[in-house]
Design a protein around this ligand. Structure first.
Ligand code: CA
Length: 413
């Protein structure tokens, strides 16, 4: 049997080059698309960065979280606190404690940011920068209802919340809506998304410092509670009458840190050392009705000085009620000081306010957080973080304390 001849191809000869051309074209298309996408992303990043640098915008996102051990080690952006060693004057004004002044690292870093359920709320307290403040006296507690009452009795002062709003101030409001009152926290019937605080704040006619939650509420049994429903000018008027003034933001933070450096809280890095709360804040589902469990001992506001003081003898620098300080608010204040470099000496805040979120509002800084602060929404009971508020807007979680210039016997700070 003869060997079978190999079969011949019956069709046209098979060519391999179109396959290679097709593969090359495909590869070219894939590479081009990938490069274009990368370029678009790069341009977007450059655009975002330039927006970050516009006046009034937040500083760029913080670097990765770093330990806040406060030792000035290379791991921490915080340097040591160098408090003045000059002795306090012999006699202290009643109810005030001596704050020695000195140099410290001010602000809040990424470690604080990571502890809040809402991203971004502590970004305006970045970056950490060095500050020096002179020595001064500071009220050991927030100003109480009985103290504010003495002022009102002596002067006949009428707070902003007690005054009928004017048409000039609210040109678009119908006249029937111009009623004296103030903002009051109102728990929501159901859980809500935490993206709009108007859901739990409402304007209540007749709310003022004598009636903190509205006309039905009063100050019975509340002499030692912090006065609330105080607008900025009310706090300034009280301070002037008392021969004092409001603290600057830098004075407030130096005092609240109590000589410690770079800690998350006024008392250290642990929220509940030994399982014990150190401040009146909020536990439970915020801001739902019945959500405040009062695990820290208080649902709502507490009398002053219910928790241990900080090393300088100050009570309630975290939680209970927010406190007005004298600086205008800008989110980029710290970024500007950092760029200026060196040590900022007795900084007084920016010359004018600007909040990109509400550009027409004139806001000053609030510090310390309140009984409504929770890790779900506002963790600003952390000592380096900041709040803000329109100067004529009061509320039932906002009060103040005062300071007084200190004169050192040795003339050294
Ligand atoms: Ca509480």
């Amino acid at each position: 049997m003869s060997k079978r001849a190999p079969s011949r191809p019956t069709g046209p000869p098979k060519l391999s080059w179109p396959k290679y051309v097709l593969a090359a074209v495909s590869l070219f298309v894939v590479v081009t698309v990938y490069w274009t996408l990368q370029e678009v992303k790069r341009l977007q990043r450059a655009k975002d960065a330039s927006q970050d640098l516009r006046p009034g915008q937040l500083p760029p996102p913080a670097p990765p979280a770093s330990p806040t051990n406060g030792t000035g080690s290379s791991l921490s952006p915080f340097g040591p606190t160098i408090a003045s060693k000059a002795p306090a004057p012999a006699s202290a004004p009643e109810g005030m404690v001596w704050i020695p002044g000195g140099e410290f690292s001010m602000g809040s870093d990424a470690a604080s940011e990571s502890l809040c359920g809402l991203p971004g709320v502590t970004r305006d307290a970045m970056p950490i920068h060095r500050v020096y403040v002179d020595a001064f006296w500071m009220d050991a507690t927030e100003v109480t209802n009985e103290q504010f009452e003495q002022f009102v009795k002596a002067t006949g002062y009428i707070t902003v919340a007690e005054q009928k709003p004017t048409q000039e101030e609210f040109p678009t409001a119908p006249p029937e809506n111009l009623i004296a009152g103030s903002t009051v926290f109102t728990a929501t019937p159901q859980p809500v998304k935490l993206d709009n605080y108007f859901q739990w704040w409402r304007y209540v006619a007749g709310a003022n410092w004598r009636h903190p939650s509205g006309p039905e509420s009063d100050l019975a049994g509340r002499a030692k509670y912090p006065v609330v429903q105080i607008a900025y000018e009310d706090a300034v008027a009280y301070a002037k009458w008392a021969g004092k003034r409001l603290p600057t933001e830098a004075e407030w933070e130096f005092a609240a840190r109590g000589g410690l450096a770079g800690r998350l809280y006024a008392w250290g890095d642990e929220l509940k050392p030994g399982g014990k709360f150190q401040a009146n804040i909020y536990q439970g589902h915020f801001p739902v009705e019945g959500g405040d469990t009062g695990e820290d001992g208080f649902k709502g506001v507490a009398p002053v000085a219910q928790y241990p003081p900080n090393p300088y003898g100050l009570y309630d620098v975290a939680g209970n009620v927010w406190e007005w300080v004298s600086d205008w608010y800008r989110p980029d204040t710290y970024a500007r000081l950092k760029v200026a470099g060196g040590v900022a000496r007795n900084p007084q805040g920016p010359d004018a306010p600007y909040d990109p979120a509400e550009p027409t509002e004139k806001k000053r800084v609030h510090r310390g957080g309140s009984y409504l602060c929770t890790d779900r929404y506002c963790t600003r009971y952390m000592v380096g973080t900041r709040g803000k508020g329109e100067v004529r807007t009061a509320s039932n979680h906002l009060g103040f304390r005062c300071v007084k210039a200190g004169t050192n016997p040795g003339g050294q700070n």
